[in-house]
Design a protein around this ligand. Structure first.
Ligand SMILES: [Zn+2]
Length: 189
């Protein structure tokens, strides 16, 4: 889909400490399905947080999430376990190695799970796992495949329970308000 944009992006300071001092780690990556919209991964020179910059504006996200504007995002690209396997298996396996060192067993909540590949891999690795996603399409497919997932947003305060581990693959990096995003987490941990 060459030459595609979903709208304006916005530069930002460090979402953790507010510093404007940052250095580029990974330049000029394009957003999936929007090859005119490019971000970099940068590192805060004061607190070392890695984050993406620029990030989507609300108008960009509205277009990106709107199935009338962006049908391919919903079906089948990001609702397909096969697609997720092709693009994320290696990354997820690396993540599980890190989690294994930090916590060899326990319960795991994967937020923004899409079709649930990471939940499946975590289950296979012995973690009692649950996936959440705000979008129903991926969840529907995951349920059909027997992957334990729910269509929910942690900000809704509907989910009960405690987890040893919370993962957010490809969520934090694109979130404009980092502190709002992490507010629900103490309830789960
Ligand atoms: Zn910082």
């Amino acid at each position: 889909m060459p030459g595609r944009s979903f709208g304006p992006l916005a530069n930002r300071d460090c979402p953790m400490c507010g510093s404007g001092r940052k250095r580029t780690i990974l330049p000029d990556q394009y957003y999936q399905l929007a090859d005119l919209d490019r971000m970099s991964v940068v590192e805060c020179e004061d607190c070392s947080l890695l984050f993406t910059d620029p990030i989507p504006t609300p108008a960009w996200l509205d277009a990106f999430l709107n199935p009338e504007v962006n049908a391919p995002w919903r079906e089948p690209v990001w609702t397909s376990l096969e697609w997720q396997k092709e693009h994320s298996t290696e990354k997820f396996a690396d993540g599980l190695k890190i989690i294994r060192k930090l916590m060899p067993q326990g319960t795991l909540l994967d937020v923004g799970t899409g079709p649930g590949l990471f939940v499946r891999m975590a289950e296979e690795a012995g973690y009692d796992s649950l996936g959440l996603d705000v979008l129903p399409e991926g969840i529907k497919r995951a349920v059909e495949l027997g992957i334990p997932v729910l269509a929910d947003d942690p900000g809704n305060n509907t989910l009960e329970g405690k987890f040893d581990i919370v993962t957010l693959w490809c969520v934090v990096a694109h979130e404009p308000n980092f502190t709002d995003l992490v507010k629900p987490w103490p309830r789960f941990l």
